[in-house]
Design a protein around this ligand. Structure first.
Ligand code: NAD
Length: 541
């Protein structure tokens, strides 16, 4: 009998991945995936294609074009041509496309859930988070973009004589570089406000998950988006990232802090704007008065959604010492019962990691911590008999500063749990990180939670929820403090960043200068009097 180990499974896969059979593709087919690759512009020098390997099984899913800098050039040119006409459309017309998209994505969800699962190996409930997110962002910007974009009348320089408006003009072509972890959400939700603001978009999805993005683009075209306006280039970030940033008018990047720095440097060199949505090492604080069951429930969702491959997931749990034992006992019992699978149904609690690199990183951090004295309370091991990159949901205790896992993002299903004895200590522990993306506080007194939030260095703070409350509040900004990023998605900032603000003022009657026949000295006296007066007039000051 052959014993399956992680090594034997991975070696077999790395040597020659077999083709995923059609019957394992759910509502999809090989032919459908081939069709999707036709959406990618071809410049003639692409060479042999790249492959997507389905992480849950290690089998080949499909091949797609290996884009080059010439492909990027072609894509940007096409998007630029189409953008000129799109910028002339009414915001309401663009909104109608997004509302049709909203309806389509909900009614076609089974197909996209299958595809997301096949490309990432995640559990179906984590895939559904993406569908819901895209629907919410579509609806929000379809119905609210006009309010943010204006034009808005502003107070003029001279009341009654100067009429002033603030306009927001599209940047032109927006580049988007997105990661694999939420391949639908991360590729599309930043594109939707860019389109609503009148821009064209060129997206480079991660090389592990191009088909989800292509499927989403096909659906946008079905919803009525002009064909060339939104382009997708497929290939490696190290080859296509730089040519893309070199040609677009704004770059929205989501990914690691390391790559974010490269993107920021290039954007700075070109003096184009950029937003960077980067990594996190997010804390959750459980106060003594928290509802214990709810907090444990929240921790399970916060730590293990998407197998922890979520920028806003919880990787550090701080629990008040008076409830620490009881909390940990319940948490460990729940984690030990979690089911792992990536079948195309809603049965599993958690799916696979996305790749061998992810598995090595997660396992390496856990082993490194254990060698230095951390204790595994639950999980801690790969599960090759389920699939090549599965790793158990894991709870660690006794993580100390000398361990890599203490402040490096794990981006996997691993959480460390530690007690604290005072609010001051909890705040210090939560803020003791170079990251500042998300935080969670559990208490039966929401006012105490809000006061505490003011002292937490994180772009989003969820009280009595792990991450979903802030993430799904699309009207409010989302992004990171410190090394977790620059700029925000969602809300007003999430669309205005894709525009150039332009102030237009009409002057009537008198100029803003001494009128004919009035000397400069008299004018300065007149103006000083008028300015003093303006200070007191409500509505004008
Ligand atoms: P990554 O930085 O390796 O890759 C992200 C994207 O950048 C991919 O499309 C990749 O092809 C591209 N890329 C790679 N090298 C590039 C280069 N030199 N120039 C331009 N683009 C390049 O990140 P990853 O490991 O794939 O994604 C996981 C990371 O993303 C985690 O750190 C996670 O926290 C972060 N993330 C953040 C958010 C957020 O909203 N803050 C959301 C999701 C993921």
């Amino acid at each position: 009998m052959v014993t399956l180990t992680r090594e034997t499974v991975i070696e077999a896969i790395d040597v020659e991945p077999s083709q995923l059979p059609e019957e394992a593709m759910g509502t999809l087919s090989g032919e459908k995936l081939r069709q999707l690759t036709k959406l990618v512009p071809v410049a003639g020098n692409e060479g042999p294609g790249l492959q997507v390997v389905s992480p849950a099984t290690g089998a080949r899913l499909a091949e797609y074009p290996h884009g080059t800098p010439a492909t990027v050039r072609k894509a940007v040119q096409r998007a630029r041509r189409a953008q000129a006409e799109w910028a002339e459309t009414e915001v309401a017309e663009r909104g109608a496309v997004l509302m049709r998209y909203h309806d389509l994505i909900l009614s076609r969800r089974e197909e996209i859930l299958d595809l997301i699962q096949l490309e990432t190996g995640k559990a179906r409930k984590s895939a559904f988070e993406e569908v819901a997110d895209v629907a919410m962002v579509s609806r929000y910007y379809a119905l609210n973009a006009e309010r943010h974009l204006g034009p808005h009348q502003r107070k003029g320089a001279l009341p009654g004589l100067t009429s002033t408006w603030e306009h927001h003009r599209p940047k032109g072509v927006v580049g988007i570089i997105s990661p694999w972890n939420y391949p639908l959400s991360m590729a599309i939700t930043d594109a939707l406000p860019a389109l609503m603001a009148g821009n064209g978009v060129v997206l480079k999805p991660d090389q592990k998950t191009p088909f989800t993005a292509l499927w989403a683009l096909e659906l946008l075209q079905e919803a009525g988006l002009p064909y060339d306006l939104f382009q997708i280039v497929t290939g490696k970030g190290s080859e296509l990232g730089s040519p893309l940033i070199n040609q677009v008018d704004y770059i929205a990047f989501t990914g690691s802090t390391k790559t974010g720095r490269i993107v920021a440097r290039q954007a700075a060199e070109r003096l184009i704007g950029c937003s960077l949505e980067l990594g996190g090492k997010n804390p959750m604080i459980v106060l003594a008065d928290a509802h214990l069951e709810n907090a444990v429930d929240g921790a399970i969702r916060g730590c293990f959604a998407n197998a922890g491959q979520l920028c806003i997931s919880i990787e550090r749990l701080y629990v008040h010492e008076s409830i620490f034992e009881r909390f940990v006992q319940r948490l460990v019992a729940r984690v030990s019962r979690m089911s792992l699978d990536a079948a195309l149904d809603f049965e599993a609690d958690m799916g696979s990691l996305v790749s061998r690199e992810q598995l090595d990183k997660v396992e390496g951090q856990v082993l490194g911590a254990v060698v230095k004295g951390a204790k595994i309370l639950a999980g801690g091991h790969p599960r090759p008999e389920i699939g090549p990159y599965f790793f158990e949901p894991t709870v660690l205790q006794g993580v100390t500063e000398d361990m890599e896992i203490c402040d490096e993002e794990t981006f996997g299903p691993v959480v460390s749990v530690s007690p604290f004895d005072s609010l001051e200590e909890a705040i210090h522990l939560a803020n003791d990180s170079r990251y500042g993306l998300n935080a969670s506080i559990w208490t039966s007194d929401p006012e105490v939670g809000r006061e505490l939030a003011a002292r937490i260095q994180a772009g989003t703070v969820n009280i009595n929820e792990a991450y979903a409350a802030t993430w799904a509040s699309i009207d409010a900004p989302m992004g990171g403090f410190k090394e977790s990023g620059l700029g925000r998605r969602h809300g007003a900032e999430g669309i205005l960043k894709y525009t150039e603000a332009q102030t237009v003022a009409v002057q009537r009657g008198l100029p803003i200068a001494s009128p004919a026949g009035v000397g400069e000295e008299d004018f300065s006296q007149l103006m000083s009097g008028a300015l003093r007066l303006l200070r007191w007039i409500p509505g004008l000051r």
